[in-house]
Design a protein. Structure first.
Ligand SMILES: Cc1ncc(COP(=O)(O)O)c(C=O)c1O
Ligand SMILES: N[C@@H](CCCC[NH3+])C(=O)O
Length: 463
């Protein structure tokens, strides 16, 4: 479509509309490396490339929308976490994004894997992740899921309820094994994040609460099944997209407190604690996440200090980053379909995807940024809202953004930091097929999750 297809309208509002707008960035063509994948850069021709391949070429070959994942970025983050946590265990949280290629990268980079459903376990096993490197989570694992996990020899099952302790014990006896388990403890921390992704305050579904004694009772019940269950430690996950280490500090303090109680009551020092995931990433230039080294140092020191105080041997630490590894490694590539300037408000830029490929904006009021990536532009910044094609006015991808005032149909846009919880939470709403995931590295692109088709959708329709 030609650049003049849209009549020139009042694209630039004189007064900033209400919302999350901060002043426009100095250069709309710049890619902030805090937010964009490692190998993303804008070439002299103005086109953004990733993994050495231009987005126009990617759009041509694979279509849009598409998640484009920078393999080098993903692998380097795996390495950075593994190195920072040397002497501890890093379990990548598969819920952030999982497919067989990812499992292969994890195996090669020496990371373990946390799964929280039979489906995630199936992908892990299909891609050859050894059972002992898998931890199984979930607040309501079915008996079938538990039996499958035990049968696959998963290294850890994180038990989440009294019923589940009995179920895992039965499954272990049936399989003739002694299953390693951790007890998930709800430590009563109000994590500074969106309510829906905070998981350690007392009024919610995960884990056994420390307050009131459920967690201690869980430990008692696991220890009562010594023939079938081996209690290796305690687990706490306080929430997600957290920047502040204070919540982890309280969590570690309380978990070590329970370790001490366990020692005093049962005479055993549990050898492991898993402090979960939840470390935040930069979705916009305003976010300032910590790197894995800093996190490892802080967590290591907190646990060592608390154990020294309690006179306990320092247990082996485990962490479960999901977002911090997968999130920054990908962007979603879209094509603009319509541009609607609303005078005095903002310009609505509709793309060919939306809430079906990124539900996070609608669900958590998440902030994202967006770039015009198929070309550079010298046009003045216009306050824009990037919306999808769904039949829903809440179908917003980027609530408040600046785009160059000459954006028009046919332009390619990319929304960075969509590697975590976008494809994995994607839906078929409005029977829109889910986009593919394209991994790029060293000038090569390959489909690691293929685009869903209408035939895929119709195959499930029993007629
Ligand atoms: C038990 C557990 N571990 C790890 C994670 C990964 O969290 P994040 O992707 O925020 O690191 C989650 C999700 O919040 C979780 O529930
Ligand atoms: N899915 C959430 C985080 C929850 C993670 C699982 N406990 C997100 O997109 O931020």
């Amino acid at each position: 479509m030609s650049r003049s297809a849209h009549p020139a309208g009042p694209r630039h509002a004189d007064v900033l509309p209400e919302g999350h707008y901060s002043p426009p960035p100095a250069d709309l063509n710049a890619l902030d490396d805090k937010v964009w994948p490692l190998t993303a850069r804008r070439g002299d021709d103005g086109v953004v490339s990733i993994g050495g391949i231009g987005v126009r070429e990617l759009a041509e070959e694979f279509g849009t929308p598409a998640y484009v994942l920078d393999e080098q970025d993903f692998r380097e983050r795996c390495r950075a976490w593994r190195e920072a946590f040397a002497g501890a265990d890093v379990f990548y949280a598969g819920k952030a994004f999982l497919c067989r290629a990812v499992v292969g990268w994890l195996r090669e980079e020496g990371l373990n894997l946390d799964v929280c459903s039979g489906g995630e376990l199936a992908v892990a096993l299909a891609a050859g992740m050894p059972g002992e490197r898998i931890a199984m989570h979930g607040n309501n694992k079915s008996v079938a899921e538990i039996e499958r996990a035990v049968g696959a020899g998963v290294g850890r099952i994180v038990v989440d309820s009294f019923e589940e302790i009995e179920r895992v014990a039965v499954a272990a006896r049936l399989a003739g094994v002694r299953q390693k388990v951790l007890v998930r403890v709800t430590v009563g921390v109000e994590a500074h994040t969106h309510e829906f992704i905070a998981t350690a305050h007392e009024d919610q579904k995960f884990g056994l609460a420390l307050a009131g004694g459920d967690a201690a009772e869980g430990v008692r019940r696991v220890l009562a099944h010594r023939d079938a269950l081996e209690l290796v430690g305690l687990h706490s996950h306080i929430g997600s997209q957290i920047f502040d280490m204070a919540g982890f500090e309280v969590s570690a303090h309380r978990v070590v407190g329970l370790l001490t109680e366990v020692r005093d009551e049962h005479g055993v020092e549990l050898p492991e604690i898993d402090l979960g995931g939840g470390l935040g990433i930069a979705y916009t230039s305003d976010d300032d996440p910590r790197g894995p080294r800093e996190i490892a140092k802080a967590l290591g020191e907190i646990v060592a200090r608390e154990c020294e105080f309690a006179g306990l041997r320092v247990p082996r630490l485990a962490v479960e980053p999901g977002r911090a590894i997968a999130g920054p490694s990908a962007f979603t590539l879209y094509e603009v379909g319509t541009v609607k300037p609303l005078a005095g408000l903002r310009t609505y830029v509709s793309v060919d995807g939306g809430m079906s490929d990124n539900i996070r904006t609608a669900l958590y009021d998440a902030d994202y940024t967006v770039g015009l990536v198929g070309r550079a532009s010298g046009a003045a910044p216009m306050p824009a809202r990037v919306v999808g094609k769904h039949c829903e006015s809440g179908d917003i991808v980027v609530r408040d953004a600046y785009l160059p005032g000459d954006v028009e149909a046919g332009d390619l846009l990319a929304v960075p930091a969509t590697g975590a919880y976008c494809r994995s939470m994607a839906s078929n709403y409005n029977h829109v097929p889910r986009p593919p995931v394209i991994a790029v590295a060293d000038g090569q692109a390959r489909v690691i999750v293929r685009r869903e088709t209408e035939e895929d959708l119709l195959r499930l329709d029993a007629g």
